[in-house]
Design a protein around this ligand. Sequence first.
Ligand code: PGA
Length: 246
Amino acid sequence: MTNLYLIGNWKQHGSRAAIQAFAQQWSFDANPRLRIAIAPPFPYLQTLGEELPDCELAAQDCSVYAQGAFTGEVSAEMVADLGCQFVLVGHSERRQYHDETDELIAKKLVAAQSAGVTPVLCVGEQQAAREAGEQEGVVRAQLRSALATIQPNLLIAYEPVWAIGTGLTATPDQANDMHAVIKQEVASLLGASHATPILYGGSVNADNADALFACPHVDGALVGGASLEAASFMAIAQSASYNLSH
Ligand code: PGA
């Protein structure tokens, strides 16, 4: 049986006080097949690691460079040094607000793997592409450019852009169908021998998590808003744990 992955993406939210409050409320029976990580803003990685040792750490981004005169950048080596197991790469908000291209994202994936941090490649179509029925082509193209030069050691998060932070969630069928497409494309690009877990992201919450985790091709979730409160993130973790044991 495979693992499930649950990664909280705090985006530009958080403070030391918020982390302490979160850690005080966090109480979850570990399931060895459920990997739970949180991606806080860079300055809070160390505090989160200290306050919440039950969760793994993820970074929200990394530089393509290992080090150098790149003001404001943070390397994959640095987040590895702080204990990160995962780093998000190519999140739609990075693509949209920081003009990240497929070429840059491909380089970041290599940088993460070189530093020993597992990249979580985010892919997903905009609303217009979904309405035009072009979602598969968009996602396959994102995968082909991103995965041209990397090793088969990564996670992928399917995050339809129209579902991020909007309260609109892909239906379980929409998520499952796209995950099947992604698995097929990844197998043809990286080889079928290595199973790449595919997480769903986009308004996952305590109410819809059961139905999403029940989908055979959904191997976890990348959760934004509902990961900011310990209670809702714990409820999603409970749902994942329940799914693993049934
Ligand atoms: P959301 O964000 O759960 O708030 O929609 C998901 C993400 O952007 O990773």
